[in-house]
Design a protein around this ligand. Structure first.
Ligand code: GLY
Length: 423
């Protein structure tokens, strides 16, 4: 195989693990990342001043650096059509086109797709005006209930309302005060369900599929699933409670049904199909679809995969996903997300030097992937909400979790917070 120049888009923990994995490959020539972060700088040429949605500048960059493949980390460029933008260019983009990306870009589209195709999902109603949503609230007494913005809201557009007052204020924030801009103009009100969360990620190309190891996301900000929703505060791969029967049910009732029905509906979905689901007493129910790797899911899944990622990309672009064996380490991993004070709110305490990173990073069976970090005057500072992903490995979930927390304890910066119950 000819060595490849690869451009990764994004600057979080997900993109750090993607760059780390690509850098292991003997098939890599040069690795680039837009915008990158302080951890990614070790593996890739970074360009902090280019925006991941400025497709014209990205195109010029790919021409200048003779890029072969673009690996898109976050959803925004996909939903805005980066794959379509590069359609007539020699650069190949890993990810769905604009049509396929609707699965993440519109929750209403996806819920309707689930329900039309008999994919178990919590009961729901969709609302296009605030009056209709408020009328529904006056006529129901089913609490708690889940209120979701239809569009992209960086993992923050989901509220659990425990009473009428909560529900009315969430609806008004989204539909009247436009907290999530146009993403909240349409909303879903959904049945509240309980159970363990599971993230099941597939790589799909023309109906051929690679299945990644399942993992468990911990979405709430604080211990014991308390506090507001976040993009994810931790991840276990595989979840400590996983067994082959559960996995089989997830595949048959949800994953395969989804892939088969997408092609039947004429949606040629190619890229990462991330299925977020919950295991309830009535079986698995699909909650959402993302069209890119999960963050922090992939930080704990990819280090367990031995297969070369560039070989996977090559097989993907050559329509040969069924010919590549995926080999896994027989280990467990635990990712603990370290966040800045104030996260997931918008007012955060940033700019502090992070102490202890080197010491923690040198520990055996530990890896650290940066998210919101920047290098200033040779020091690494916190520059975003989720700052670090500290991943521990072990033969069991407990060992992996213990390792991750031993490393987290060596790290400090003012205001840092993390969940203590990822296991
Ligand atoms: N951790 C969930 C997500 O990536 O959307």
């Amino acid at each position: 195989m000819r060595k490849k120049n690869i451009l990764v888009l994004g600057g979080g923990g997900r993109e750090h693990v993607l760059c780390w994995k690509l850098a292991q490959s003997e098939h890599l020539n040069k690795l680039h990342c837009i915008p990158g972060n302080a951890g990614i700088e070790k593996f890739a040429i970074t360009s902090p001043h280019i925006s991941i949605t400025d497709f014209d500048s990205i195109k010029k960059y790919t021409e200048k650096h003779e890029i072969h493949y673009i690996v898109v980390g976050p959803e925004q460029p996909l939903v805005l059509g980066i794959k379509d933008f590069f359609e007539d260019s020699p650069v190949q983009v890993f990810g769905p086109d604009k049509d396929g990306a609707q699965l993440e870009g519109s929750k209403i589209f996806t819920k309707n797709f689930f329900s039309k195709n008999n994919i178990p999902t919590p009961a729901y109603h969709t609302f296009f005006t605030m009056d209709d949503a408020l009328y529904h609230i006056r006529t129901t007494s089913l609490y708690p209930m889940v209120i979701k913005a239809d569009g992209l809201a960086a993992g923050k557009g989901v509220f659990i309302a425990h009473n009428e007052e909560d529900a009315v204020s969430s609806i008004k924030e989204m539909m009247e005060l436009k907290k999530f801009k146009e993403a909240g103009e349409k909303i879903i009100i959904e049945e509240f369900i309980e159970g363990n969360e599971l993230s099941y990620q597939l790589i799909v190309k023309n109906g051929k599929v690679i299945e990644l190891k399942p993992s468990q996301d911990f979405k709430k900000a604080y211990d014991n699933d308390k506090g507001p929703n976040t993009g994810g505060m931790g991840n276990m791969c595989p979840p400590s409670w996983m067994n082959p029967d559960i996995l089989q049910m997830v595949k048959e009732n949800i994953a395969y049904r989804l892939v088969d029905n997408l092609s039947l509906a004429g949606i040629q979905f190619n890229g990462v199909l991330f299925i977020g689901l919950m295991l309830t007493q009535q079986g698995p129910k699909a909650l959402e679809i993302n069209v890119r790797f999960g963050d922090p899911e992939i930080q704990s899944v990819f280090p367990l995969m031995r297969t070369d990622f560039i070989e996977i990309l090559e097989a993907y672009f050559e329509n040969q996903l069924d010919e590549i064996p995926i080999i896994w380490e027989n280990k467990c991993s635990c990712c603990v997300v370290v966040a800045s004070k104030g996260y997931p709110g918008s007012c955060m305490d940033l700019g502090h030097e992070i102490i202890g990173l080197d010491m923690a990073g040198k520990m055996k069976d530990v890896m650290i992937f940066h998210a919101g970090t920047k290098k200033v005057d040779g020091k690494i500072i916190n520059s975003g909400g989720r700052v670090l992903n500290v991943v521990g490995f072990g033969k069991t979930s407990e060992e992996a979790s213990k390792k991750a927390y031993e490393a987290v304890e060596k790290i400090s910066f003012p205001g840092m917070h993390y969940r203590k119950d990822i296991k």
